[in-house]
Design a protein around this ligand. Sequence first.
Ligand code: THU
Length: 161
Amino acid sequence: MKSKTLSFQLSIFESLAELPKEDQELISLASQAKENAYAPYSHFKVGAAVLLENKQVVIGSNQENASYPSGLCAERVAVFQAGAKFPGVTILKIAIVASSEKTATREPAAPCGNCRQSIFEYENKQKKPIELLLMGGEGPIYKCLSIKDILPLAFKSDFLV
Ligand code: THU
């Protein structure tokens, strides 16, 4: 039997001021996008901002539905929109900001499993890592250098050929 330990580097910033301007701006756009979340059921609002290599930013927010599974997370609204609007353009990073209207959330909310899988699809296709910036109510901010870091042993398209 062999065993392997998988680890990844998570950078933790105590405040926005510690981040480069570009990251601060992307987080600010994700935070603004969060305000357009439609979350009457969970009262949990999420905003995402995707920075593309062509400098365009595409945003998304979670959109819920009375038939719960018909809703969609902010991250997928954003990355699918990026794929539809700018096909083939490399995604550099995604900022995700989340907060609950019911409780104060300090810890950043990491993307759900479905969103990780969707973001991974683009990272695998473009063969360049997608950086993640995650923020809760007010901080700290988590930075991951690749979606692979938080989706080890991912299911990938190569398995289907
Ligand atoms: N949500 C997101 O937008 N992103 C995630 O990664 C996790 C959850 C949304 C879905 C739903 O509208 C609400 O948060 C509660 O699950």
